[in-house]
Design a binder for this molecule. Sequence first.
Ligand SMILES: Cc1cc2nc3c(=O)[nH]c(=O)nc-3n(C[C@H](O)[C@H](O)[C@H](O)COP(=O)(O)OP(=O)(O)OC[C@H]3O[C@@H](n4cnc5c(N)ncnc54)[C@H](O)[C@@H]3O)c2cc1C
Length: 439
Amino acid sequence: MGATVSTPWWIEEAGAPAAAASLARDVETDVVVVGGGYVGLWTALTLRRRDPDRRVVLVEAERCGHGPSGRNGGFLHGYWSMLPWLRDRLGADDALLLARAGDAIVPAVRELGDDVWLRECGLLEVAATAAQARALDRAVAAARELGVPDEATPLSADAVARRCASPVFGRGVLFRDGATVQPARLAVALRRHALEAGVELYEGTPATRVSEGGVETPGGLVRARDVVLATNAALARWRPLARRLAEFSSYVVLTEPAPGALDELGWTGGEAIADGRMFLHYFRTTNDGRVLMGSAGGTRAHAERGLRRLLPTLGDVRIERDWGGPIDVSADRLPNVGSRGRIHYAAGFTGNGVGPSWLAAQALASLALDADDEWSRLPLVNRRVRALPPEPLKSLGGRVVRASVLALEQADEEGRRAPLAARAGALLPRLTGTRLGLR
Ligand SMILES: Cc1cc2nc3c(=O)[nH]c(=O)nc-3n(C[C@H](O)[C@H](O)[C@H](O)COP(=O)(O)OP(=O)(O)OC[C@H]3O[C@@H](n4cnc5c(N)ncnc54)[C@H](O)[C@@H]3O)c2cc1C
């Protein structure tokens, strides 16, 4: 995973609430949630809201929201931008069902009522090469074919330039379903709502052993009928999910405030923007006129190169911060939500977890409450996924695929043919029947 170089600016900006105490005795509860990121916090909150008599304990190894949930790019959306992929993977009906279910994500954040810098300005995907343009065309075509053309509006190069006038952008697609948040503020807000709803929270409390019936921590046992595992990429090392998840990384750089440069670009509408790469660049502005550029390429160098290439008019605006974090990649890029006995889990968000963590939490709450409802029947729940190879092939294969796809995309941007080794490496997922690294 990419090293974490500096404290995420988001976490400083949000300010940390006083830490909750660590667990120092045995406790008994109905549900224990392990992990205080978005998935754990939304799940704990949802459980208490749906059944106020249900006792819920949440144990977090460090501080809630200090993992990826407090350090991400803040792109908040569901699945409309993945429609071609969903149709291919789940079929037309379930693709639409899942994408429509995601329409409730942004309202759920809005309804928290906290100032989490929610800006509902859409998700703009732009093509920086011809191959990327073809990928965008597939999104537009799928939306048309499935009868939902308004979910993916094609934009000409001129229309893109009116939103952000980078000389390297060609045409684009605007997804109505797209917002940005200050991610650490969202985590702080969820933590507060969870506490107010009666969730019993222990921070500095790692679960060291998990079994049906509860978890062990250094300070005591938590006995519970239901266990919810919400520990993100750590679940790639949990045996039942080890063949379904791999750990990659994502990395961001954050510039100094440069509101004048943003005015010059005309990028004042707050759009969340991504290019059409597989290991995409994602970029957005902040309330004080900074630019955050993230790269699924997983290093500072990729993120900085993306910033300089995609937004050259920013000139030599200084990078003030950079940080990274783990990404839980699933074999088919969709999260795995399910149960093994009374242990429930959700992981595999593959870089799109800010919004979908809400969906997963609805499903996890339903599973823990034995509710047979729209959430427990979401197509993400208990689905079959082709297994990844066992270790060490999984890590090795993941590194080869990632390096190969990055080399292909780099060559594409530079208008040259990629080396044979990269072309061969990028074929690995097709050969093994997984979808890792495929667009
Ligand atoms: C740099 C970066 C940028 C990203 N940008 C975006 C974006 O713009 N949009 C988007 O949708 N997604 C983005 N993502 C992904 C997104 O952040 C995650 O999918 C999401 O935050 C996952 O939430 P989570 O609750 O599953 O995990 P986490 O936030 O990782 O929370 C898991 C928690 O579990 C705790 N934990 C781990 N092990 C234990 C244990 N044994 N006992 C107790 N606690 C434990 C950890 O300390 C952590 O707090 C990004 C990720 C990174 C790293």
